[in-house]
Structures are given as structure tokens and as C-alpha cells.
Design a protein around this ligand. Structure first.
Ligand SMILES: [Zn+2]
Length: 253
């Protein structure tokens, strides 16, 4: 790649400063490393009682959550999750991924984790369910040197490949999402690819809201594993207070 194709100095000024990454493989041009060591970190505006209960108290998960806090991606209120459950908190991945530097960083981390999970296999493609998986899947594919495809729901609500995307029997793939809650979307993409004869090796997401329990039938990793506070609507204390519920994800209902 010619040097002129890549800007010599990425624009990082618009990105909030974050603590250093947990991996020593991060490249020096990321905003993590370009922030001066003495730079004061933005403080989380959230009181501790609003923070996610975190059953996997890893340094990696904490570093990802800090990225969400710093970018305003950690929302509080009254949300209807895709599962239909209600929650007082929501991680809006789009708010982090609107910073290309952070999208790139997360894509590298997912690619590294997938390589570790599959013992350095290579893949022909990364496939993501639209809309949530588009940016992170594309960044992961860049780092895995694979092509990137995405699925969309048709009028009946079923996942399908459109836009001339073609796959061949015998090809290999990984499925990448922004957030896994039940694993339903990832499992649908896996099934779609298998019907086409593609060998799906693993799945990944930035966030796992299932506490690690979501089973998609293939090896799976997440950069941050959490257990969200979620209520059945009939027993939701926020509904009982009469607070309007918001659907923050990409699906209309
Ligand atoms: Zn509610």
C-alpha cells in the first residue's frame, strides 16, 4: 500500500481520551496511545449504582465499558430491548462506532480474539446482520483480510443476503455483531450461511449482554461480557412509574 493512500496523522482530536488498552498489540497511532500520559481522563457521569452488574470482572470488559462511558454510549432511561424485556440501561454501540478510530480499535480486538479462538484460522468472509453489525463487521473483516457481507431482513422478517452478495459452498466465515443478547440474530446468520454450504467457524460481538450464556451453536467470543438488568414488561418497575419506554435499537418494534 502506498503511503499516500493513508493519512500520515489520523484526526483524533474529536475522540474523548480513554485509558490505555489492555493489549500490547494495539498500534501506536490509536487515540489510546496518542493521548499524553498525563492527560486527565473524563470522569464517568454515572453514579456507581447505575453501572452494569458485571459477572465477568475482567480488565478487558472494564476497558470496553470505559470506552462506552467516555463516548456517551452508556444510556440510562427506560428501554425495550430486542428480546422484549425492559431495562433501565442500554449500551448504544453506534455512539462508540461513530468514532472511526475506536471502530478500528474494536475491529482489531475482535479480529485478534477470533484468531485466538480458532487457533489462527483464516476466513473467506465476515458476515454481519444489518444494521448493528455493519461497522464492526467491516472493521473486523479489514483486519482478518476477509471480504465483508451483510444480511438483511425481508418483508417476512427472515434474514437474507441481497445486493448481489454471493457465497460458495466450502467457503469459510465468521459472524460478527455489535451486541449479542440472546444470540438469535447471529444464529439466524449462521443457519443462512450453512444452508448455502458455508462453514461457519466462530462468532463474535463487542458486547455480550447474556452474561456469557447465549448459545449460537459455534464457538463465540465477546470483548465485554455483562449481565444486564432486565424486566418482564408485566413486572417492570419503570412501567409501574408510568415512564414512556424507548426502543433504542435498529428494529422498529
Ligand atoms: Zn418497562
Amino acid at each position: 500500500m502506498g503511503q499516500a493512500l493513508w493519512p500520515a496523522k489520523p484526526q483524533v482530536a474529536a475522540c474523548p481520551r480513554l485509558p490505555g488498552p489492555s493489549t500490547n498489540r494495539a498500534r501506536s497511532h490509536t487515540p489510546f496511545h496518542s493521548a499524553p500520559a498525563a492527560a486527565p481522563l473524563l470522569r464517568s457521569p454515572l453514579p456507581r449504582r447505575f453501572r452494569y452488574a458485571n459477572p465477568v470482572a475482567s480488565h478487558e470488559t472494564e476497558a470496553i465499558l470505559e470506552m462506552f462511558r467516555q463516548t456517551g454510549a452508556y444510556l440510562q432511561g427506560h428501554f425495550r430491548l430486542t428480546s422484549g424485556l425492559h431495562s433501565p440501561e442500554y449500551l448504544q454501540c453506534a455512539r462508540v462506532l461513530m468514532y472511526p478510530e475506536y471502530a478500528g480499535q474494536l475491529g482489531r480486538q475482535i479480529a485478534d480474539a477470533l484468531q485466538a479462538l480458532t487457533h489462527l484460522q483464516t476466513f473467506d468472509m465476515v458476515v454481519s446482520p444489518a444494521v448493528g453489525g455493519l461497522i464492526i463487521g467491516h472493521e473486523a473483516a479489514r483486519n482478518l483480510e476477509a471480504r465483508f457481507l451483510f444480511t438483511e431482513r425481508n418483508a417476512e422478517g427472515r434474514m437474507e443476503l441481497r445486493r448481489g452478495f454471493a457465497v460458495e459452498p466450502g467457503e469459510t466465515a465468521v459472524v460478527v455483531e455489535d451486541v449479542v443478547t440472546t444470540g438469535g440474530s447471529t444464529a439466524e446468520v449462521v443457519a443462512l450461511l450453512r444452508q448455502a454450504g458455508v462453514s461457519v467457524k466462530a462468532a463474535a460481538s463487542i458486547i455480550d449482554r447474556s452474561g456469557g450464556s447465549a448459545d449460537v451453536g459455534i464457538p463465540r467470543i465477546a470483548l465485554a461480557t455483562l449481565k444486564v438488568v432486565a424486566y418482564d414488561p408485566a413486572a417492570c418497575p419503570l412501567c409501574a412509574q408510568g415512564l414512556p419506554v424507548v426502543k433504542p435499537g435498529s428494529r422498529p418494534t
